[in-house]
Each structure stands twice: as C-alpha cells, then as structure tokens.
Design a protein around this ligand. Structure first.
Ligand SMILES: NC(=O)c1ccc[n+]([C@@H]2O[C@H](COP(=O)([O-])OP(=O)(O)OC[C@H]3O[C@@H](n4cnc5c(N)ncnc54)[C@H](O)[C@@H]3O)[C@@H](O)[C@H]2O)c1
Length: 328
C-alpha cells in the first residue's frame, strides 16, 4: 500500500492537474459514472467540531474511496489548522487498500479548483475584480485556482483578523500569475462593491456581507457554509440570484446554511436551485447566459472530486516514485 504524506502530495500535484481532474469528476458525475452516497457527519465532543465521512465509487476508473475530513474550529486556540483530512483509496477489482493519501492540502487544492471551474462557467468572460472574504488556509488555493481562469486586474481582501489579511496579501505576491493590484478593505461590504467575482471562505455563522452592496452580473463562490447553522450569504442575495448552482443538490439541501436559512424563512423553495455544476460542465445546460445575472456556486464538499484528485495523486506518485510503500 502506498502512503502519501502532505509533502508527497505537494510534490505530486499541481493546481493545473487538480483543475483537470476536478473538471473530469464533474463530467463523470453528470454522466452517472460515479456513485456518491450521502455523507456521515459526527459531532465530536465540542459541539462545533465535526468529522465528516464522504465516499465515492467510480465506474470510469477502477477505484473507490473514503475521505475523512475533520473540521475543528477549536484548533484555532491550539495553533493548529481547522480543516484536516485523509483519503483511503481501494481497488475496484480486488477490494484491496491501495493508498492512504494525506489530504489536508489536497482538500484545499480541490476546493480551489472547484471554485475555479464554477468561475470559468459562471463568471462574466471579462470579470477581472475578485473579492475574497476570509483569508485563512483555503483562501490561498481559491485565489490560485481563480487566477487561472480569469485575467485578474485587482484582488480585494477582507478578514475580521487584519493580520491574516496582511499575511495573505504578502503570500499573493509570491504566487500571482500576472501583475494585479491587491487591496485590503475596511469592511466586507467595501470589499464586494465593484467586484465581478466574490469568494466567501470563512467559518462564519452569520452573513458576511450585505447583499444590497452587490452589483449586477456578479458571480459568488460560497465555500464556507457546510452545516445548517453556518451562513455566509444573506437571504436577499440568495433571492436576488438568477442561478444557484451547487456541487451536489441532495447534500446542499441537507447541510448548507446559506440555502437552508432562506428556505426556512419561506423566501425560497428548492425550485430556486438551477443546476448541479457537473451538468453545466458536461454541456447539458448553459452556465452564464447574460451580463447582468447574479450567479452563486454553493460549495459544500463533494466526494467525487476528492476521490478523483486522490486517484490523480496516486497515479502520478507511482509513476514518479513519490511516497512510501507500507505493509498492511
Ligand atoms: N466547500 C468545501 O468543499 C470546503 C472545503 C474545505 C473547507 N471548507 C470550509 O471553508 C471554511 C474556511 O476554511 P479555512 O480552512 O480557510 O478556515 P480558516 O480558519 O483557516 O480561515 C477562516 C478565516 O475566515 C475569517 N472569518 C471568520 N468569520 C469572518 C467574517 N464574518 N468576515 C470575514 N472573515 C471572517 C477568519 O478570521 C479566518 O481568517 C471553513 O468553514 C471550512 O470548513 C469548505
């Protein structure tokens, strides 16, 4: 069995690899070439700490797998990352365990790639101002993915913790792929004003900006809300959106506070959901159709993507001799 550590995964995968495998996974899911059973969520001791078990069974590739993701906000007090994960991959031919893949960085890459694909299909073609609200661990790969699908001229940042925003601004200088400006704003509302693309990637349990500051034609990647009591997007924004797209509908209506709050308030029905992103990627239905429509990609985590990226890491590592073989 192959063991891939976090540093092995960093050696094996590039963001471009991950964007390609995530796009392929969306297409496979739309063509019913992968089964994704419902997730299991355990609330672990501290009521805000969750362990999430996500599985996917590929028919287009000889693998199935399970991801365990720990979302432990209480780790902030311990100086540790709040999202940790690992993936176990199995052979669909023999049922043997093939690999254990450390998946904390892989998760961040996958989540950034998924927002990049959503942005590719849903943002305006000429979108060039990106606003990022929340500048923690996931924000890095959000930016890295999105900068590959649109020609950015400005990146606007807001975080409740100014030091984190400043650290992120310095990081951008290391990874930016063209010469765009970065600005730290004084409020989330100032951050989204005049933006073409907004990514919310916080651990917030209440809306992070006021929807009345949103311009026409904006595309939002809502990444942080993955339990019913987490919310980043207010009900007015959800109501205003012409197209709400998600990774996996049945999960979103079970866990995404961004959608469940307006649903409970009676402001929307489940009919408000336009599509799963895979159906747009597979060309079954259109993405953005006009300059003015507001679009939202509600991202709740989707095992088809994680397992596909782990398969890519496994295959590339075998070819390149990365990782350690361990006896079971
Ligand atoms: N959709 C997915 O597939 C997916 C995958 C991984 C993580 N996530 C989720 O994304 C979220 C962010 O993860 P992370 O690892 O970057 O967390 P993190 O703790 O590293 O960073 C979160 C940042 O958000 C900031 N923040 C919190 N509330 C805010 C608010 N109201 N306004 C502005 N900033 C605020 C914090 O100061 C912090 O800097 C988590 O909820 C995580 O579970 C989603």
């Amino acid at each position: 069995m192959l063991f891939l550590s976090e540093s092995d995964v960093k050696k094996a995968l590039t963001m471009d690899d991950v964007i390609e495998s995530v796009e392929g996974a969306y297409r496979d899911y739309s063509k019913k070439l992968v089964d994704v059973p419902s997730r299991i969520t355990l609330h672990v001791r501290d009521e805000n700490n969750d362990a999430i078990f996500l599985t996917a069974n590929y028919h287009s590739m000889p693998f199935y797998g399970i991801k365990q993701a720990s979302s432990f906000p209480s780790n902030v007090r311990k100086g540790k990352e709040t999202v940790l994960a690992d993936i176990h991959l199995y052979s669909a031919d023999t049922g043997e365990a093939l690999a254990v893949v450390s998946a904390t960085y892989l998760t961040a890459l996958k989540t950034g790639a998924a927002s990049a694909i959503a942005t590719k299909f849903l943002a305006k073609e000429e979108a060039c101002i990106l606003a990022i609200i929340g500048t923690g661990a996931q924000a890095r790969t959000q930016l890295d993915g999105i900068q590959r699908v649109r020609r950015l001229k400005e990146v606007r940042l807001f975080d409740l913790d100014l030091e984190k925003a400043e650290k992120f601004q310095r990081y951008i200088e290391e990874i930016k792929n063209r010469d765009y400006n970065t600005i730290i704003t004084n409020s989330a509302n100032e951050c989204i004003e005049s933006a073409d693309i907004v990514t919310t990637v916080t651990t917030s349990s209440r809306p992070v900006f006021d929807g009345k500051y949103l311009g026409d034609g904006i595309h939002i990647n809502a990444v942080g809300s993955f339990t019913p009591n987490m919310q980043e997007i207010d009900s007015d924004t959800v109501m205003k959106a012409k197209k709400i797209v998600t990774d996996i509908q049945k999960e979103s209506w079970a866990v995404a506070g961004d959608l469940l709050v307006p649903l409970k308030e009676g402001k929307i029905t489940q009919e408000k959901m336009y599509a799963e992103l895979g159906d747009i990627v597979a060309g079954k239905i259109p993405g953005r159709e006009d300059e003015k429509e507001v679009t939202i990609y509600e991202s709740v985590g989707f095992a088809a993507l994680d397992i596909a990226v782990a398969i890519t890491a496994y295959r590339k590592s075998l070819t390149a001799g990365i990782g350690s073989i361990v006896e079971q």
